[in-house]
Design a protein. Structure first.
Length: 151
């Protein structure tokens, strides 16, 4: 399905958000939601959904390097299920191993280091997650049934 998609790099304190068009298969960093308060997070996400009118949502699924799940895997999956439950859009999970490391390297190459990276890091990671989905990389899973589903 062509159209706009939003990508999310979920964290307990910050959530990176990216936007992209499936037709041209290109993702861009959008913003970082820097609050641990769920009501504030979902209110901002609702505004983004209203503004961008996406066809679907993509959430990065963190795992250990060997692919085994950990606590953040469970929390990211729960976040994805909440997105689907609240907004009724298709939500896909994409393997996000190493996206933060790649995002840090990209920012270093752009001349941003240390604390100066923080404001952009999560949204760059979200961009990489969404781009992975557009490129057909990783496994995209439909959170409703848990089975593989690509369009």
């Amino acid at each position: 399905m062509n159209g706009t998609y939003l990508g999310f790099d979920f964290g307990e304190v910050r959530i990176g958000v990216a936007v992209g068009e499936r037709l041209v298969a290109l993702a861009h960093p959008l913003e970082t939601l820097a609050t641990p308060n769920n009501d504030e997070r979902f209110a901002r996400i609702a505004t983004l959904l209203h503004d961008w009118q996406p066809e679907g949502l993509v959430v990065g699924l963190p795992t250990h390097a060997d692919g085994t799940p950990h606590e953040m895997t469970r929390l990211a999956r729960r976040f994805a299920q909440r997105l689907h439950g609240r907004f009724g859009l298709p939500v896909f999970l994409v393997d996000e191993r190493h996206t933060s490391l790649v995002a840090e390297e990209m920012l270093r190459e752009a001349g941003l280091r240390g604390r100066r990276q923080k404001p952009a890091l999560d949204q760059i990671a979200a961009q990489l997650i969404l781009q992975t989905y557009f490129d057909g990389g990783g496994e995209a899973l439909d959170v409703k049934g848990g089975g593989e589903e690509r369009e």
